[in-house]
Write a protein that binds this ligand. Sequence first.
Ligand code: 8IG
Length: 273
Amino acid sequence: MEHPLNAPDVDPFEFAKRAADAIREKSQIETHDIALTLGSGWAKAADLIGETVSEIPASEIPGFVKPAVVGHVGTIRSILLPSGKHALVIGARTHFYENHGVRAVVHSVRTAAAAGAKTMVLTNGAGGIKPEWQGGAAVLISDHINLTASSPLEGATFIDLTNLYSKRLRELAREVDPSLDEGVYVQFRGPHYETPAEVQMAKTMGGHIVGMSTALEAIAARQAGMEILGMSLITNLAAGIQQTPLSHQEVIDAGKQAEERISALLAQIVAKL
Ligand code: 8IG
């Protein structure tokens, strides 16, 4: 928890403003319209959505720590879209399981909001509960169940989470690919994968996707007034749904296999935002 955001008297929103100022200074882009967090399997989208204006190591931006997982990028990119809009691509996600506290988890989202972004695209690699999702399916997140027992909101901050994952944006995504399925994302704390019993619990609760990110970030994005699009790459079927044990290598391989296809899909969707 010895993260700068957890020091006494730190206001996380002030910190996000400072981070956004650093991005403005380094990218020379005054306002970013859209922000994307690219999870496992989605990184290539950054090369396809537009022209990279600048790429900043996360370590040069206040409050960002370098990612714990190999395969996560660790840079913030400013990209000029064909539409003339500017996108901020966050390749450095902090996971709840890293134990830097929930402020660190949502700092990138708050920074994106402070940089001007009105739309937040949250992507991840995740496990699938629906057996028909085998083989690197990309699915839209329709809602979530937050099983982290945490919240990015501090104090008596009551915020409505209806339509958290914008129906309008899901429909926009389906204009690009009408076959896109959707499901409820269940955020577990991790970093262990679920037991088969926990997967059955998630299923009984109404979940379809299991993962270790996104829900806390979506709450912070809603607090910031952003419109949210959530997408999961199903790299594996959840424990007990698939018959073989889960492995991080399998997840990485499935991500690599799907990367070209889902990144192209995401680039087409971003062009419509
Ligand atoms: I990739 O099966 C990926 N991330 N919790 N469960 C959880 N997170 C994941 C999984 C999974 N696959």
